[in-house]
Design a protein around this ligand. Structure first.
Ligand code: CP
Ligand code: NVA
Length: 303
């Protein structure tokens, strides 16, 4: 049976194994694998991407396969062909699909009509593949994950949702601080709390950054204005100003705190240049780990 990764919950049973595999694959970067040999990855991107696109393309190439980048504007989907017909047709050509979409419902629809694995490459609800690299990075820097704490400061967006679920599954405490009205998806928070009860960690959503960060192993932030929200830029930049990750907030986190960001970053908005380019920032290791984790995901789904 084919397996999709639409949500972090689709990795609930083996997220730790996928991270372990990523660490092994990182040690042997140019090795190809029979299960990926000549496999073709279709990549539909409705929104821009640097990391997700290049890391998946490089990953499948190095594993022994090949990627096709598909811009919806150049496809019939841009002229009204349905997602379900597109899914059925692509299933006859390629071996897996990465889909970056505006709407989570479209990812679900594409997956539901495909005979091949579909990987969510970011939508308005989740960014599941990103958090595999994020927690891998934390593991590399801290040697274990269980009992660690990640503080997410900023918008309760797709990243916040996926980090909550990933932390809950891996036994990492996740403290989220967002402005009132910008909290993460309520159902996801409830699900995270439920899972955290089983794995022995804590998920909390607060409205005060200084209350969220003390004792954190990592302070994480993301853009205030996600792709597709450009019209809210002015309003959000005002509201989110007190949620900037700056040296003062990193000091409140304590000496252990690393700085993480999924990127792209906006220095002077969600993070200061001092923190982003400072000694505690591991954002470029985190970005590199996208490729190693995507290899692990591809091998897991294609094997
Ligand atoms: N972090 C991330 O997904 O970056 P891209 O938008 O460049 O793919
Ligand atoms: N929340 C951001 C993540 C970018 C990788 C967005 O959706 O634009």
């Amino acid at each position: 049976m084919k397996r999709d990764i639409i949500s972090v919950l689709d990795m609930r049973d083996d997220l730790d194994e996928i991270i372990d595999l990523s660490i092994r694959l990182k040690k042997n970067r140019y090795q190809s694998y029979d299960s990926a040999m000549n496999k073709v990855l279709g990549m539909i991107f409705e929104k821009p991407s640097t990391r997700t696109r290049v890391s998946f393309e490089t990953a499948i190439d190095q594993l022994g396969g090949h990627a096709i980048y598909l811009n919806p504007h150049d496809m019939q989907i841009g002229r009204g062909e349905t997602i379900s017909d597109t899914a059925r047709v692509l299933s006859r050509f390629v071996d897996a699909i990465v889909y970056r979409a505006f709407s989570h419902a479209n990812v679900v629809e594409l997956a539901g009509n495909s005979d091949i694995p579909v990987i969510n490459g970011l939508d308005d609800k989740e960014h599941p593949v990103q958090i595999v690299a994020d927690y891998m990075t934390l593991l590399e820097k801290r040697r274990n994950l269980s009992g660690r704490k990640l503080a997410y400061v900023g918008d309760g967006n797709n990243m916040a949702n996926s980090l909550i679920l990933g932390g809950a599954i891996l036994g990492v405490d996740v403290s989220v601080a967002c402005p009132k009205g910008f909290e993460p998806d309520r159902k996801i928070v409830e699900e995270g709390i439920k899972i955290a009860r089983e794995t022995g960690c804590k998920i909390e959503v607060l409205n005060d950054p200084k209350a969220a960060v003390p004792g954190a192993d990592a302070v994480y932030t993301d853009v205030w204005v996600s792709m597709g929200e450009e019209s809210e830029k002015e309003k959000k930049e005002k509201i989110f100003k007190p949620f900037q990750v700056n040296q003062d907030l990193m000091d409140a986190a304590g000496d252990m705190a690393l700085f993480l960001h999924c990127l792209p970053a906006h220095r002077g908005l969600e993070v200061t240049a001092q923190v982003m380019d400072g000694p505690r920032s591991v954002v470029f290791d985190q970005a590199e780990n996208r490729m190693h984790t995507e290899k692990a995901i591809l091998l897991t789904l294609l094997s």
